[in-house]
Design a protein around this ligand. Structure first.
Ligand code: A3P
Length: 297
């Protein structure tokens, strides 16, 4: 029976990339590992299959409070997947839901948290959830953001972006926090840190190969050849742009200011704030006052 290593992130922040890298690093294949093989090595926390042995009617007939209570027990099922540590993807906030922990700490050994600039996250959300940018900004600020219950999945409890980030990034020796932007712009040191955090000391060449085999170009190429089973029904493709800084050409000044107002405290911790953020918020409020911009509601 293994213990759990959480691969945690707010949605659209680079979780799949992390899983693709680890898949290639650990398996060390001669050809890039297939995008539809990610779940060989990394399991999804919200899959209802972990609840199957604990329930006596369809999962959809359970209340959210009942699912919250069963969740820590269901996570014990995940430990049976391997003798070694088990990598588990989670988008849940690190905290309680209906007074029950969303992550069972008794069986947890470590966590890797990936954070991405919310100014870019919101663009990625529009494609994945089939929503407008304004809806994505609302969602990022929505404290009670929870996904739906279906036969296949139990609800994921996201909360708002700032609370999510804050919950997972309190200093802890068993926790590694990495930025999407560093994975992109400083790949070797960032991915090597990930390997070392996991107690691995792979040769540099093996890390470089895993980085190459999980590059955006490679993953996108694979998706052009075969359907990626994790693509949402709303999105044309999963591997969309894979860029940082796209917000500069995509978001309106009002949208940028609104997001800065909502999330500046956590954004500052990760160096995501433009230097003129306060001026941008003040200018937006001025535009609202003069009727040039719409107020929030
Ligand atoms: P975009 O929609 O901006 O392209 P998650 O896996 O957490 O849902 O995150 C999805 C985002 O990560 C998408 O962002 C996706 O394209 C991007 N992504 C996936 N693999 C990547 C890679 N190898 N390099 C850069 N970005 C990647």
């Amino acid at each position: 029976m293994g213990a759990l290593i959480w691969l945690a992130s707010y949605p659209k922040s680079g979780n799949t990339w992390t899983r693709a890298y680890l898949n290639n690093l650990l398996r060390n294949p001669d050809q890039p590992a297939g995008i539809n093989e990610l779940d060989w090595f990394t399991l999804g926390e919200s899959s209802s299959r972990w609840f199957q042995d604990l329930i006596d009617k369809p999962i959809t007939e359970y209340s959210k409070a009942e699912i919250a209570e069963l969740r820590p027990k269901a996570q014990e099922e995940l430990t049976k997947a391997s003798q070694d540590s088990v990598f588990v993807k989670t988008h849940n906030i690190l905290g309680l839901w209906y007074d029950h922990p969303l992550h069972n700490m008794d069986i947890t050994v470590a966590a890797i948290y990936i954070v991405r600039n919310p100014l870019d996250v919101c663009i990625s959300m529009t494609s994945h959830y089939g929503m407008t940018l304004d809806q994505a900004l609302f969602r990022l600020a929505q404290g009670a953001a929870v996904t739906g219950l279906s036969d296949a999945n139990v609800p994921e409890v996201h909360g708002d972006w700032s609370s999510h980030v804050k919950s997972w990034t309190q200093p802890h020796p068993q926790m590694l926090v990495l930025r999407y932007e560093d994975m992109k712009h400083k790949p070797f040191p960032t991915f090597n840190t990930m390997a070392r955090f996991l107690g691995l000391k792979p040769p540099k060449e093996r890390v470089r190969k895993a980085i190459k085999f999980s590059s955006f170009k490679e993953l996108k190429k694979q998706e052009q050849k075969e359907e990626f089973k994790e693509r949402s029904e709303h999105a044309e493709v999963f591997f969309r742009e894979g860029k940082s800084g796209q917000w500069k050409d995509t978001l309106s000044e009002d949208q940028i200011a609104r997001l800065l107002e909502d999330h500046h405290e956590q954004m500052a911790r990760f160096n995501y704030l433009p230097t003129d953020w306060e001026e941008r918020i003040a200018a937006w409020h001025k535009r609202i006052a003069t009727g040039e911009a719409e107020s929030r509601e």
